[in-house]
Design a binder for this molecule. Structure first.
Ligand SMILES: NC(=O)c1ccc[n+]([C@@H]2O[C@H](COP(=O)([O-])OP(=O)(O)OC[C@H]3O[C@@H](n4cnc5c(N)ncnc54)[C@H](O)[C@@H]3O)[C@@H](O)[C@H]2O)c1
Length: 286
């Protein structure tokens, strides 16, 4: 009988994960390594590089690099070419709302530029560098980390949502362009997931705790492993070889629920807003 690794068919293949030193990226790097892949992690933060080295163990490459700049991306790809000579899977995971949580009219052009570079520009740089290597190996899988906010609005994060929505167009069009090369292009759209930048569960005050069960049909926030599982599926030609140009919503059912929320103790459903403030801030008292 086939073991789990041969079933998934990723053993011995090489994956690049950007921002693989924390959060969803680290969980993804760990799972792909568990599936037998050789990992290359590009991570800007030296302490998180050390975390990734410890988590992955020997045989993997962790490179301190800022993937927003072409020269740094080229340095990462030179290392991949020199060390492995091949690349099979790319996870464009880096993304940050850079604490820019503000009404749109108060945001600045400088902030838009910063968000563009971290959310979209680096995806273009990494993807452009990766295509020749993927093609040379007979194909591969490109996976872009989007967000549920690319598919459903969120107040005070309109520019973040705009660039993430742009990833949908990039994913779809590139999938059409690269299908002939057996390169699949897909995206993952998580809802609120505990990570380094999003510390969700501990921030919810005691008085708001039952909101979590109402927030998501599967009554909890996401964890890095939830998105990592979707990456594993999309990485594997064996599992998802005919899946391209699409997005998997890893959201505990939140998008499907729309405004429908379960009342506490399973006493029915509501279509009324029930989250006060942002869900994290204690409700105002008189
Ligand atoms: N956590 C969530 O709730 C959530 C929800 C939806 C989408 N996402 C998306 O998932 C992805 C990962 O998010 P996360 O919450 O795990 O983030 P995180 O901040 O916890 O981890 C991202 C990692 O990327 C690294 N990094 C940042 N800028 C970099 C750069 N320029 N070059 C190299 N490395 C860099 C950081 O140091 C960090 O280790 C992002 O694209 C984010 O937009 C996250």
């Amino acid at each position: 009988m086939a073991d789990d690794r041969s079933l998934i068919g990723l053993a011995g293949k090489v994956a690049l994960v950007t921002g693989g030193g924390a959060g969803i990226g680290l969980a993804t790097a760990r799972l792909l390594a568990e599936a037998g892949m050789t990992l290359v992690v590009a991570e800007i933060d030296p302490a998180r590089c050390a975390d990734a080295r410890t988590a992955l163990g020997g045989g993997h490459l962790v490179i301190e690099a800022d993937v927003r700049t072409a020269a740094e991306v080229e340095r990462v790809f030179a290392a991949i070419r020199d060390t492995h000579g091949r690349l099979d899977v790319v996870v464009n995971n880096v993304g940050d709302f850079l604490r820019m949580h503000a009404p749109f009219e108060e945001t600045t052009e400088e902030q838009w530029d910063q968000l563009y570079r971290v959310l979209l520009h680096h995806v273009f740089l990494v993807t452009r560098a990766a295509i020749p290597l993927l093609r040379a190996g007979g194909g591969g899988s490109l996976i872009n980390m989007s967000t549920i906010e690319a598919f459903r609005g969120i107040p005070n994060l309109a520019v973040y949502a705009a660039f993430k929505a742009a990833l949908t167009g990039f994913t779809q069009s590139l999938a059409v362009e690269l299908g002939k090369d057996n390169i699949r292009v897909n995206a993952i759209a998580p809802e609120t997931t505990n990570s380094a930048q999003v510390v969700a569960t501990p921030r919810v005050p005691e008085a708001n705790r039952d909101y979590i069960g109402r927030w998501f049909p599967i009554g909890r926030f996401g964890e890095g492993e939830d998105s990592a599982g979707a990456v594993l599926y999309l990485a594997s030609d064996r599992l998802s070889g005919w899946v391209t140009g699409t997005t998997i919503h890893v959201d505990g059912g939140a998008l499907a629920a729309g405004a429908w929320a379960r009342l506490p103790d399973d006493k029915g459903w509501t279509h009324l807003p029930i989250i006060v403030a942002d869900g994290y801030t204690p409700p105002a008292t008189d």
